[in-house]
Design a protein around this ligand. Structure first.
Ligand SMILES: Nc1nc2c(c(=O)[nH]1)N[C@H]1C(S)=C(S)[C@@H](COP(=O)(O)OP(=O)(O)OC[C@H]3O[C@@H](n4cnc5c(N)ncnc54)[C@H](O)[C@@H]3O)O[C@H]1N2
Ligand code: MOO
Length: 392
C-alpha cells in the first residue's frame, strides 16, 4: 500500500501529453491546445474603424464643421473630407482616410448640416487603427495555447474556420458486476442499478472529454480479459469500475496481470478508495477504480483528473485546495487519510453525515471534499481544514 502523495507523483510522472494531431472546426475546438502556430490571415481590424457613434472630422482650428454625408457599419464608400468637413458615423463603420478624429455625438451640438464641438474634444481619438490587435502574417496565437471561448472568438474574428489541435484522449469506461442492472429495467432481488458509468461519463463530459465509450462485463474472468484486451488496444485511457478488490469474483487484477499491464501502484493508504490500481500498457493508461460509487468518484477526482490534465499538457492544473473553517465535529477512525464529502459555502465547510463509500446521496449534494491527513484524528468546530473544491 502506498501513500497518496507517492501515488499522485506516479500518476504525474507516468502520464505525459498526448501529441497526436487532429483538425477541428473552430466551434468544436474549445478546451483543446493548438498544435501549430497560427498566423493572422488579415489585419485586425482590417480597416480604420469608428469606436463611437458620432462624427468623423477633418480637423481644423474652428469648432464648427459641415456634415457632408453618413457612413454606417458595413458601408464601403470613402468620402473625401476637406478641412472643416465631417461625416455622420456609427460604431464599427469605416473611417475615411481623410478624417483624423471621431467625436462622440454627446460632445457635439448639431443644426441642419452643421455641428459645433464642445471645446473639450481631443484630436486623434475613437479610431481603431488597421491591425491594432494583430497585423496580417503576425503570430496570432502560439502553438500550445489552450483554446478558451475568447480564443475561439478571436480566431473567428480573423476569419479562421478550423484549427489543428492536439487530440484529447479516447476513453473507455468499463463496469464490472453480475448485480448491475440498467436503469429502466426491473430489479430482481440481489440486483442494483448500475450508476458508475453514467456518473463517470458525466464527470468526463463536464471536463469536456467527449470521446468516451462504455463497456459492461459480468463477473466473469474470460469476459473481463477479452473486453479489457480490446479496450486497452483501442483507447488512450481505460477507467475500470469495480472488481479490483480481493473477492473470489473480482477478476480485474487477474486480467490486468494476464494482459501484462504494467502496475505502477495497487492499493493506496486512503479512505475511501483503498483498492485503487494504476498501470500502463504500451501507450494506454489504465485506472481500476473501486466499485463502491463514492470511492470511484473520489478516486476519479483525485487521480484520474490529474492524469487527464497531464495528458492534455496542463501540467500545473489542479483542483483548487483552500483552508476553511469547519462547521462540523469529525472523529477519524484508523490511520488512513480521508477524503470527506462536504459542502463549502464560500466561507466555511460542513462535513456531511453519511460518508460511506457506497453512498452517493451525500455526494449528490456536496461540492467539496475535506482532506483529513493521517496524523489528524479529530476535527473540532472552528478548526481550519483543507478543502478540495470540486468542479461541479
Ligand atoms: N476482504 C476485503 N474486502 C474488501 C476490501 C478489502 O480490503 N478486503 N476492500 C473494500 C473496499 S474499501 C472497497 S472500495 C471494495 C472495492 O471492491 P471492488 O472494486 O472489487 O468493487 P465491487 O466488489 O465490484 O463493488 C463494490 C460495491 O460497489 C457496487 N458497484 C460496483 N460497480 C457498480 C456500478 N457500476 N454501479 C453501482 N454500484 C456498483 C457493488 O455492487 C458493490 O456493492 O471492496 C471492499 N471489500
Ligand atoms: O476504499 Mo473503499 O472505497 O473504502 O469503500
Amino acid at each position: 500500500m502506498i501513500a497518496i502523495n507517492e501515488a499522485l507523483d506516479l500518476v504525474k510522472t507516468k502520464c505525459s501529453p498526448l501529441l497526436k494531431e487532429t483538425t477541428k472546426p473552430l466551434e468544436k475546438a474549445g478546451g483543446y491546445k493548438l498544435s501549430t502556430n497560427i498566423y493572422a490571415p488579415i489585419n485586425m481590424p482590417p480597416f480604420r474603424q469608428s469606436a463611437m457613434d458620432g462624427y468623423a472630422l477633418n480637423w481644423h482650428d474652428k469648432l464648427t464643421y459641415t456634415v457632408i454625408g453618413e457612413i454606417k457599419a458595413g458601408d464601403n464608400h470613402q468620402p473625401i473630407l476637406k478641412k472643416g468637413e465631417a461625416v455622420r458615423i456609427f460604431t464599427g463603420a469605416p473611417v475615411p482616410d481623410t478624417a483624423n478624429t471621431v467625436v462622440m455625438q454627446e460632445k457635439v451640438s448639431s443644426t441642419d448640416n452643421t455641428i459645433k464641438l464642445d471645446d473639450s474634444v481631443e484630436i486623434y481619438t475613437n479610431i481603431r487603427t488597421i491591425g491594432e490587435q494583430v497585423k496580417k502574417s503576425q503570430l496570432a496565437l502560439a502553438k500550445d495555447t489552450k483554446l478558451t471561448p475568447a480564443a475561439i472568438g478571436y480566431l473567428s474574428s480573423l476569419g479562421i474556420k478550423e484549427v489543428k489541435v492536439y487530440q484529447k484522449p479516447t476513453i473507455a469506461i468499463l463496469t464490472t458486476g453480475n448485480e448491475l442492472v440498467e436503469p429502466g429495467l426491473h430489479l430482481e432481488y440481489g440486483q442494483i442499478y448500475e450508476s458508475n458509468s453514467k456518473m463517470l461519463l458525466s464527470t468526463l463530459y463536464s471536463l469536456k472529454f467527449y470521446d468516451v465509450n462504455i463497456y459492461k462485463v459480468k463477473d466473469d474472468y474470460k469476459e473481463t480479459l477479452n473486453t479489457l484486451d480490446k479496450v486497452i488496444k483501442e483507447h488512450d485511457l481505460v477507467i475500470i469500475s469495480g472488481g479490483i478488490s480481493v473477492g473470489d469474483y473480482d477478476f480485474v487484477g487477474q486480467a490486468l496481470n494476464a494482459l501484462q499491464v504494467e502496475e505502477h501502484f495497487y492499493k493506496v493508504k486512503q479512505k475511501p478508495g483503498k483498492p485503487l490500481f494504476f498501470g500502463t500498457k504500451n501507450d494506454t493508461y489504465v485506472f481500476a477504480l473501486p466499485g463502491n460509487p463514492a470511492a470511484s468518484l473520489t478516486c476519479f477526482y483525485i487521480y484520474v483528473f490529474t492524469a487527464l490534465q497531464r495528458l492534455m499538457g496542463n501540467e500545473f492544473y489542479k483542483l483548487p485546495r483552500i483552508q476553511a473553517k469547519s462547521e462540523s465535529l469529525f472523529k477519524k477512525h484508523g490511520d488512513r487519510p480521508q477524503f470527506l464529502k462536504a459542502t463549502y459555502n464560500g466561507n466555511s465547510v460542513t462535513i456531511l453525515e453519511g460518508q460511506s463509500s457506497s453512498m452517493l446521496q451525500t455526494y449528490a449534494i456536496c461540492n467539496a471534499l475535506v482532506f483529513i491527513p493521517e496524523e489528524l484524528s479529530k476535527i473540532k468546530v472552528g478548526d481550519f481544514v483543507e478543502v478540495i473544491l470540486l468542479p461541479v
